[in-house]
Design a protein around this ligand. Structure first.
Ligand code: NAP
Length: 432
């Protein structure tokens, strides 16, 4: 889109902000209810857009749209409590903290969960009183337009969300626009650094949700059957294209062979086939170049001594569910983020060693630990460099809980009550 039409959209959104800012929270919540209804009424059309854009099996695309509605419900129920003014006792007559919006926010969004990522960013901050322009990933144009449609509800006569069909090279100019007050990017480290640099230059708030290389740790007392089932889902969901997917599987040496056999067996529970077939659960990756990148990481690792024990083959954008053993920490399948259906499996002897391996990553999004005796972890959990720890469960993003990482996984938090404050002016008011 030409720069001037982008500027015109941004100016329109500033007018929208001045109106939306004056809505009471109750009125904003009413609009959110309309958005949720529209989402559910059209869920099949929206899911079709997701599936067509990035090959996610339609069953999972419908689930993604439904999860967005679930997120709306969470904020419809809880926003009033989260955004209530907070009175504070001081030496003055009255003091309180109140939450004001910032203005027009920019979202730079990825293709892997084209609806969920946008909802996660937009909904809490919409209730705070902000409005949005979004640069979506270039390979999800149908989803980008569908999202603009979702937010265009009959009960308001001005836009609160506009899609900017711009190239990534134009993002810096949008951040520089004085109307834009802050930016949130979900995507790669490379994009995160670029957006943070521009945001820093213009002194604008920035939230970054970047990559991950989560460890999935199985201790020797774990329920192996359950852990192997979770492992398949944690790694293979969305054809492995999830920031919070478990990518490195650290298995206690006493149960290593048994777990690996079970993991391999349970890959057969994935249902492969046509992406529009509602029974299918595993499909092609979003683009052929992404599958080629994964293939390169695998080939370089095999050249260093890794062994493929399941899958490993690529046909255009389709990459077989793949398990790799004999992995060492210097191999790309361990040291880099693998954004596809490939699990690197490595044995360990002690919990200390497992934690050291888990932390041996530039990322810090989350780790899962499987054990029959979670109490034994009490003295260890503080040693993990992660934004989230899930015991006997795969990492998921849930509206009730804050979501975000440390290290190169980014900074800031989405979801829960924390999300409402990321793009708020937390204002102190003192009345003497
Ligand atoms: P990406 O290439 O970084 O793209 C994400 C978005 O950033 C797209 O809209 C992209 O636009 C834009 N972009 C790319 N380079 C940019 C730049 N230099 N300046 C400004 N914008 C830029 O990432 P992706 O391939 O879509 O997504 C995969 C990555 O996202 C993985 O690392 C994954 O772990 C991470 N991710 C993280 C989370 C989380 O919550 N932590 C969630 C999902 C994904 P174009 O499409 O036009 O290039």
């Amino acid at each position: 889109m030409a720069l001037d039409s982008t500027s015109v959209i941004i100016e329109t959104m500033q007018s929208s902000f001045l109106k939306w800012r004056d809505f009471s929270l109750d009125d904003r919540i009413s609009v959110l209810k309309n958005i949720k209804e529209k989402l559910l009424q059209n869920k099949r059309d929206y899911a079709y857009a997701i599936t067509t854009d990035m090959n996610k099996p339609i069953k999972l695309a419908i689930a993604e749209v439904e999860k967005c509605a679930y997120l709306c419900d969470y904020y419809i129920e809880n926003a009033a409590q989260f955004l209530e003014d907070q009175e504070v006792k001081t030496g003055w007559g009255k003091s309180y903290i109140t939450f004001r919006p910032l203005g027009v926010l920019l979202g730079v969004m990825p293709w892997n969960f084209p609806f969920w990522q946008v909802f996660r960013f937009v909904i809490p901050s919409l209730l705070t009183g902000n409005v949005f322009v979004v640069k979506h990933a270039s390979n999800v144009p149908l989803s980008a337009k569908a999202l603009e449609d979702v937010f265009n509800v009959d009960t308001i006569d001005f836009p609160i969300y506009k899609d900017l069909s711009i190239k990534s090279s134009e993002v810096a100019n949008v951040i520089a626009n004085p109307i834009i007050k802050a930016v949130s990017l979900t995507g790669s480290e490379h994009a995160g650094r670029s957006v943070a640099e521009t945001a820093g230059k213009h002194l604008k708030k920035c939230v970054l949700e970047l990559g991950g290389s989560n460890a999935f740790i199985v201790l020797n007392d774990a329920d192996l059957n359950c852990a192997a089932e979770k492992a398949v889902n944690a790694r293979m969901q969305n054809a492995g294209q999830s920031c919070i997917a478990s990518k490195r599987f650290l298995i206690h040496e006493a149960v290593y062979n048994q777990f690996v056999d079970l993991f391999k067996q349970k890959l057969s529970t994935l249902i492969l086939g046509d992406k529009y077939d509602e029974t299918v659960t595993f499909g092609s990756m979003a683009r052929e170049d992404l599958a080629v990148e994964l293939e390169n990481q695998l080939e370089k690792s095999v050249a260093k001594g890794a062994t493929i024990i399941a899958g490993g083959k690529r046909n255009r954008a389709f990459f077989e569910p793949t398990l790799v053993t004999n992995v060492t920490v210097d191999m790309p399948v361990f040291a880099e983020e693998t954004f596809g259906p490939l699990a690197a499996i490595i044995p360990f002897k002690t919990i200390d060693e497992a934690i050291e391996l888990s932390n041996k990553s530039n990322f810090g999004l989350g780790a899962s630990i499987f054990t029959d005796n979670p109490q034994q972890l009490d003295n260890y959990l503080h040693l993990f460099d992660e934004g989230a720890l899930f015991i006997n469960e795969m990492i998921v993003s849930d509206p009730h809980l804050p979501f975000g990482g440390i290290k190169n996984s980014g900074y800031g938090r989405e979801l829960s009550h924390f999300a409402l404050y990321e793009f708020a002016n937390i204002q102190t008011v003192v009345i003497k």
